[in-house]
Design a protein around this ligand. Structure first.
Ligand code: GUN
Length: 280
């Protein structure tokens, strides 16, 4: 029987550790503060932003909420970011993506001070990660590493296959696994013999954004399978990039959707906020 990696439990454990740390920082006179900016009212973004603010409240992090209309100009947004960069009482700045089409996401993200880039999306954060210097790490791949470590799944020396090469998940995921001394292969839409490459994996991380695309025929017996996807299937039920029912019997460990990687993203965002506060 495969181990079900319980992201809900592990994320709760991390949030409880952070809650204690935030309380002692508060007792020493430091209040951690995250600014959360949403432009427009994309319903999915509203849910994500709401969950981030709730997590802040639980842990004891102050959150400043900027709910800006869709019509906000890029310059107006850049001006708000500049003020938040200069405000010593603000430790983290999060701009929820996607932004409206009239804004350049790259320009907006790179306007955030790297010291406050708790999403880990700034070019400086990404560059630091790639050469092993300190900096913020993108929350979802950082959460995957925590899931593995806290489930006692060793990475060192293992064949790790990452399916997907996005800037937010696939690329940083591959670097983090490499940092943990895994042997890493990154696959994508042009990979030949995807199935054969996946079947080599001791640890298979799937972030391709296609519902239930990976089934048991891609998985080596006993492998650990981490599913980063989240979709609604034809019956309106949440599902991942992996076909859980097919894979579970052959895998050694697997993350469910929901309740696997999803809750870890916010836990790691909170972790990054606390680090930003401690560094300030
Ligand atoms: N949109 C979807 N996921 C994320 C995330 O992790 N951070 C931000 N800022 N926007 C997102």
């Amino acid at each position: 029987m495969a181990l079900r990696i319980d992201g809900k439990r592990i994320s709760q454990e991390i949030k409880d550790e952070l809650k204690e740390e935030v309380a002692s920082l508060k007792a020493a006179g430091k209040e951690i503060c995250l600014a959360v900016i949403q432009v427009g009212n994309d319903p999915a973004s509203t849910v994500y932003v709401g969950n981030k603010k709730k997590a802040c409240e639980y842990i004891g992090i102050k959150s400043l909420s900027y709910e800006l209309p869709e019509s906000t100009s890029e310059d107006e947004l850049l001006d708000i970011i500049k003020k938040l960069n200069e405000d010593d009482s603000v430790h983290g700045i999060l701009v929820q993506l996607p932004l409206p089409a009239h804004m350049s996401e790259d320009k907006v993200i790179d306007a955030i001070s790297p010291a406050k880039d708790v999403d880990g999306f700034h070019v400086q954060s990404v560059g630091a990660l790639s050469i092993g210097k300190p900096g913020f790490v993108s929350c979802t791949p950082a959460g995957v590493i925590q899931l593995l470590k806290r489930s006692n799944i060793e990475i060192e020396g293992k064949e790790c296959v990452v399916v997907g090469r996005s800037n937010i998940v696939g690329k940083p995921m591959s670097i983090l696994l490499l940092r943990e001394n895994g042997t890493v292969t990154v696959c994508h839409s042009r990979t030949r013999d995807l199935k054969e490459v996946c079947k080599r994996a001791d640890i298979l991380v799937v972030a391709i954004g296609k519902p239930k695309m990976i089934d048991a025929s891609y998985v080596k017996e006993g492998a650990t399978v981490i599913d980063v996807g989240i979709h609604r299937d034809e019956n309106g039920k949440l599902c991942g990039d992996c076909d859980f029912a097919s894979i579970e019997p052959v895998s050694g460990a697997i993350t469910p959707v929901p309740g696997g990687v999803g809750p870890m993203t916010i836990a790691m965002l909170m972790y990054n906020c606390v680090e930003a506060g401690k560094n300030a």
